[in-house]
Design a protein around this ligand. Sequence first.
Ligand SMILES: NC(=O)c1ccc[n+]([C@@H]2O[C@H](COP(=O)([O-])OP(=O)(O)OC[C@H]3O[C@@H](n4cnc5c(N)ncnc54)[C@H](OP(=O)(O)O)[C@@H]3O)[C@@H](O)[C@H]2O)c1
Length: 330
Amino acid sequence: MAYIPAENRYQDMEYRRCGSSGVKLPAISLGLWHNFGSITPFNVQQSVLRTAFDHGITHFDLANNYGPPYGEAEYNFGLHMDRDWSPHRDELILSTKAGYDMWPGPYGNWGSRKYLIASLDQSLRRMHVDYVDIFYHHRPDPETPLEETMAALDYIVRSGRALYVGISNYKPEQARQAIQILRQMGTPCLIHQPYYNMFDRWIEDGLIDVLQEEKVGCICYAPLAGGLLTDRYLYGIPADSRAGHDPRFLKPDSITEEKMKKIRALHALAGKRGQKLSQMALQWVLRDRAITSALIGASRPGQILDNVKAVCGPAFTQEELDEIDRILRA
Ligand SMILES: NC(=O)c1ccc[n+]([C@@H]2O[C@H](COP(=O)([O-])OP(=O)(O)OC[C@H]3O[C@@H](n4cnc5c(N)ncnc54)[C@H](OP(=O)(O)O)[C@@H]3O)[C@@H](O)[C@H]2O)c1
């Protein structure tokens, strides 16, 4: 069936300006790291993407190595592009990245000009698009000069392969340097993509300040800690959960009793606020206006429906924020 997006799709989502750029991102964005490779049925992927767009999620985030196997999420997205998204290309912000191991030999990893440009050309072919809206350097490279990596990003924009560029997993001072080099080249850095959720608050220790000073956006990945900050694991490890069926990055033995205690306390607090833990966790990440978007994953459409409601949850009181800090420190 041809896809006809919901008419009221822009009604409820909040859109936040990305740094000082002209672009706004939805407060909730969708990543295709998990659930878009060879182990997820195509029709499930399709309904997750359609549900997201129908509820105002205009940003889909990919990377060269999302799968499994590597490249498969981009390949599948190319098929979705042909079936559903080509007529809506101008309503979408699509991103991809390179920076981790992708193909064998010395040119398929890290941050050389050789790797980044070749990888993006491969990504564009897999995704069936002429350009991406944002291309990221996925992680800092300790050996390649930062100037070379940033010059590759500058070239990528000038050559029309991407409209904007960003960086991911850069520490505060590395981020500042990268942002300043890009600015000198005339290609502003649009956005930084760091890991951030209630369990890991490292960006509060300098990175947010740098991004605000430099007027760069911030999209936080894994705001639900891979599913831990939801009701998924309250009663054990379900077979169809990430830890249950695809534990490459969420190992069952990392779900300790100590963590579960905090999750149960947070769940109870969310209940008092009249919302789900997942919604409270997303609203918490978005409580600072310096955060442009929370970049979630989802294995089924119902999770998207739950998560988009985070943008209209009740504002936090200072007592609730203090209570969250106390639970997390315990
Ligand atoms: N830049 C980087 O280095 C980097 C690294 C990692 C990720 N990312 C990006 O961030 C995106 C999100 O990462 P993530 O998938 O780890 O994010 P996440 O949002 O923390 O976790 C997503 C998982 O949480 C569970 N979930 C989501 N909503 C739920 C709900 N309402 N109720 C119950 N469970 C729910 C689902 O797990 P189940 O599968 O168990 O249902 C889902 O797959 C990625 O797709 C990628 O785009 C970037």
